[in-house]
Design a protein around this ligand. Structure first.
Ligand SMILES: Nc1ncnc2c1ncn2[C@@H]1O[C@H](COP(=O)(O)OP(=O)(O)OP(=O)(O)O)[C@@H](O)[C@H]1O
Length: 497
């Protein structure tokens, strides 16, 4: 979310821009106003959304066109002010101001606009009849408001709407023309639904809904409120509620409704809680939290992380055969933007007779990724929503950084549970066979492995003094000239198999 908000007021001379700003600041209508108000900054603690807010006035008499253009490019939201008793000032909104702003802002990053009808105290009628068609015509208009600097009507609301337009913009979420959520918003909310659907039955039951509510808004829903939400969905669609729980369709409908009722902040709160930025991409801080790994230390998943991964396995192993069929695996990775495991994984870890990754194989692969490339592991945990489900500050809470290997050697004891063994040997000496045999695959099965599905790693559990440890075998190419330091870093070696 943005750290501050810059609101610019433009419009025809004498529509009351300066008066609106002065009325907001002094909470009374100023009898006399300067041509242009000084830029003011409202401190975060007195703004509704708790971000510092700069308010900038424009005066044709005082400023050059160049200065106006500069202010337009710096603004996060622009209020186009007209006077409700001045037809010409309304006409100029579309004939002058909107085109001028659009010409000066990038098409892909248009600033939100707010139409502000001042001097509502001077007329009996409303300007909305003229304004609503304009709102429908221009997508960048976030909202419109009629107000009066004189009797202070809707003044704080106007600045609140402006702040909201920047902090909780409609643009990325909703297409007003189609009256529906945008595809990237649907994608993000679908991922959120799947992460929150803890038993993976396609329905958010009361427990899951309460968990979701607590996670996003720090408070569970009262039983009656929960029923009311479901009833709203029931009244509007046939398959939004099933078995007394919310379906994905119902969940998306609710968010559409929030947005249509101007409660974008609800949807944004949910999206941000699940790691999304203003472009509906998962943020770098969410996916790649800082984690320091000193030299000679390795990275492992801790107990909580294994518990989490176990629950993810369980919710996708629909047939309870302790292995993930290709469909189950695909379903597990639906919350990822891409398929992270290629066919080589099936030859890196234990599989069942059908070649499907077993529970043990699944945990082994996670162990391997965490050991070899902890950043990737953090990224994957982020897609699965680890820190959200386990209410941790970041994915980094899943990782144990082991003690320096040298200290282990000195003390002749270790807390580590993953050990790497390099397997060296001439071409054709049977290194691959050795790795596959470690996974329990006999020669017959080994012969069926396609060349492009082969893996240089094999990881499996083994018992040391009754304790389960992971042993990671790494087949090292015979040409020593090409060996990197990383290739040679290991806990033991098996030369000349
Ligand atoms: N709600 C209102 N009702 C009645 N009069 C108003 C109202 N708001 C502003 N005015 C009056 O309108 C006149 C113009 O106001 P103001 O100078 O604030 O407009 P402006 O848009 O800032 O003009 P400029 O761009 O020329 O600086 C002032 O005389 C002011 O008192």
């Amino acid at each position: 979310m943005r750290k501050d908000v810059r609101i610019l007021l433009v419009g025809e001379p004498k529509v009351g821009k300066t008066s609106l700003i002065m009325s907001l600041v002094s909470e009374e209508f100023p009898d006399e106003v300067p041509l242009r108000a000084e830029e003011i900054t409202i401190p975060a603690d007195v703004t509704p959304e708790r971000v510092p807010t700069h308010i900038v006035d424009y005066s044709e008499a005082e400023q050059s066109e160049e200065q106006l253009y500069q202010e337009i490019s710096k603004a996060n939201v622009i209020c186009i002010v007209y006077s409700v008793n001045n037809k010409k000032s309304i006409e100029k909104v579309t004939s002058h101001w909107i085109p001028l702003i659009n010409d000066r802002t990038d098409k892909d990053s248009r600033v939100p606009l707010i139409l502000v009808g001042n001097k509502s105290d001077l007329v009996e009628h409303s300007s909305m009849e003229t304004i609503l068609p304009i709102m429908n015509q221009y997508q960048d208009i976030e909202t419109c408001v009629e107000c009066s600097a004189k009797n202070l009507k809707n003044i704080s609301e106007l600045f609140y709407y402006a702040q909201k337009a920047v902090l909780h913009p409609t643009g990325p979420l909703y297409c007003p023309e189609e009256k529906e959520l945008k595809p990237s918003c649907i994608k993000a909310l679908t991922r959120i639904f799947k992460v929150s659907d803890l038993d993976n039955d396609g329905i958010l039951n009361d427990n899951e809904l309460n968990f979701f509510q607590r996670t996003c808004f720090n408070t569970p829903l009262a039983p009656q409120a929960l029923e009311d939400v479901k009833n709203v969905v029931r009244r509007n669609m046939a398959d939004g509620v099933k078995d007394n729980g919310l379906t994905l369709k119902g969940f998306l409908f609710l968010h559409t409704l929030f947005i249509q009722r101007g409660r974008h902040e609800t949807t944004w709160t949910v999206l941000r809680r699940f790691g999304y930025d203003d472009d509906l991409e998962l943020t770098q801080e969410y996916l790649f939290p800082l984690i320091k790994i000193p030299p000679d230390c390795t990275t492992e998943l801790n107990h909580n992380a294994y518990l989490f991964l176990q629950s993810i396995f369980d919710k996708h192993d629909k047939d309870r055969d302790c292995a993930l069929s290709p469909e189950e695996l695909k379903d597990l990775f639906k919350v990822f933007p891409y398929m992270p495991w290629g066919p080589d994984v099936n030859n890196t870890v234990c599989t069942n007779e059908q070649g499907w990754i077993t529970y043990q194989g699944y945990l082994s692969q996670w162990t391997l990724t965490t050991y070899l490339d902890v950043q990737r592991s953090l990224e994957y945990l982020g897609y699965l929503g680890y820190s959200i489900i386990y209410e941790h500050e970041s994915q980094a809470a899943a990782i144990t950084v082991t003690r320096n290997k040298r200290i282990d050697l000195q003390k002749k004891q270790t807390q580590r549970s993953v050990f790497r063994c390099n397997v060296l040997g001439a071409q054709g000496s049977g290194k691959s066979g050795f790795l596959q045999a470690f996974l329990g695959k006999n020669l017959q099965r080994q012969q069926r492995i396609r060349e492009d599905h082969k893996s240089l790693y094999a990881i499996n559990t083994t018992y040391v003094y009754g304790q389960e440890k992971y042993l990671l075998l790494h087949e090292v190419m015979p040409d020593f000239d090409f060996l990197s330091e990383a290739d040679l870093a290991c806990d033991c070696g098996v030369p000349g198999v």
